[in-house]
Design a protein around this ligand. Sequence first.
Ligand SMILES: Nc1ncnc2c1ncn2[C@@H]1O[C@H](COP(=O)(O)OP(=O)(O)OP(=O)(O)O)[C@@H](O)[C@H]1O
Ligand SMILES: [Mg+2]
Length: 465
Amino acid sequence: MAQEKVLIVEDEENERTGLAELIRAWGYDTETACDGVEGMLTLEAWNPGIVVTDLRMPRMDGMQLLEQIAAQPQPVAVILLTAQGSVDAAVTAMKRGAFDFIEKPVNPARLRNILQNASRLRGTERELEASRRKLRDIGVMGAMVGPSRRMQEVFRLIEMVAPSTAAVLITGESGTGKELVARTIHSLSNRKAKPFVAINCAAIPETLIESEIFGHEKGAFTGALERRIGCFELAEGGTLLLDEIGEMPIGTQAKLLRVLEDRKLRRLGSKSETAVDVRVLAATNKTPEEAVAKGQLRNDLYYRLNVFNIHLPPLREHKEDLTELAQALLSEMNEKHGRNVAGVSDQVSGAFNSYAWPGNVRELRNTLERAVIVCDGAVIEIKHLPPGFGQIIPRAPVQEANAVRLGVGTTVDEAERLLILKTLEATNNNKTRAAEILGISLKTLHNKLKEYGGQGANEADAAAS
Ligand SMILES: Nc1ncnc2c1ncn2[C@@H]1O[C@H](COP(=O)(O)OP(=O)(O)OP(=O)(O)O)[C@@H](O)[C@H]1O
Ligand SMILES: [Mg+2]
C-alpha cells in the first residue's frame, strides 16, 4: 500500500523540520508548510490524508485552517498542536471536526499513536469510498437505486452537495423519493453521526407549527405546560428536512428565514436566543416558482433555500430503472415479510413498463408489497397485482361539477379543447385566470380559442348551461 501522506503546518522552522523528520522516520510521506495559507495550497496540490498543524501562526492560524479543510469535500484527519493547558482551544478544535489534538511540547509516543489511529480511519474511509464507487457503477447510491441517465445525474448532484452545508431544495412529484434524497445527503455528509430530523409542514396544524419548529418555553401560550424543544434544536449538529415547505404559513416562513440568516432562534415565549448549527433541506411537490407567484412561498425564503436544487424526475420518465427498482424493493419486501420471491414474470414486467405510475416509486413499492404478501410462488404474476392493474390510469381527483369526462378514443387535441373550454366556464370566461390554471400563457390561450373559432365560443356557452 502507498505511504500515508502527512502535511505538517508549523511557522517555527526548527519545530517544522523536527516534526517532519520524526514522522518520516515512522514510515509516512511528509510535506511541510509555514502557515495556513501555504498549508491550504499544499493540501490542494498534494492531497494528504492527514494534517498536523500548529494553532498559532501568522496569516491563517490552525483553527481557520481546520475550518477550511472541514468545508472541502475530501475527508482529511486534522491533528492540532495546542499550547499546554489550553483546554478551550482543544475543545473548540474537536467541535469543529479535528481528529485529535496534542499538547506542546510534543510527546513522540503519543503523536505516533494518534497518527496510527488517523491512518487507520483514513484506510477505512478509503475502503468505504471504493465500495461506494463500485455500487455507483451499477446504479446504487446508499438506499437509492437508479442506473438510468436521469437518476445518475441526480446522484451526481447529491454527491456534489452532500459534503457542504448548503441548503438544498428538493423538488419532484409525490412519491419520487424526495425524503430519500434528503436522507442520502445527510448520510453522505460529515453530519451523518448527528440527527436527521424531518418535519412535514402539511401535517401540522397552523397553530402548532411554530412551536414544533422553534420550540417553546413553559407558559408561552395556553396549553404550553412544559418547555418543549423544537425540531431545529433536536437536529443540532445534524440535518433538518422541512417537507412540503409550500404549506408552511407565511408568517412562519418569515421567522424561519431569520433563523437561517442569523443561525440563532428564539423559542416561543423566550427572552433569549439560542445558537443553532443545523443544515436545512427543504422539499416540495409543487413547482416552487408557482408557489412563489401564488404567494404561498416567500420569495426571499425561496432564494435562501434554493441555493441548490435537486429535481427528481417522475417514474414515467425513467422507466429504464423499473427492473432494478423492482428488484431492490422486492428484496426489501422479502425481508420485511419473511418471503423469498425471486422476481416478476415477463408479463408483469410488461405491464409495469406500459403503466404511467402516477404515484411514482411509492406506488411501485406499495404494488410490490401487496404482491409479495399475496404471492404463493417464486415469481410475481399478473394475478398478484391489484385487480385491473394498469387498465385504469388514476388521475388527480377533480370536483365532479368541474370535471371533464373523456372516453377512450378521445384524441389529445379534442381533450385539450374540452379542458380549455371547461376551465373558461369555471372561471366565468376570465381568460387570464383560466390561462393561469391551465399553466399556459394568455397568448397561447387566445391562439387556441381562435383555432376553435366561433364553434369554441358556442360550446363554452353550451357547457355553461
Ligand atoms: N430511487 C429510489 N430507490 C429506491 N427506493 C426509492 C427510490 N425513490 C423512492 N424510493 C422509495 O419510495 C418511497 C417514497 O419515497 P419518498 O418518501 O422519499 O418520496 P417523496 O418524494 O418524499 O414523496 P411525498 O411527496 O409523497 O412525500 C420510499 O419508500 C422510498 O424509500
Ligand atoms: Mg416526502
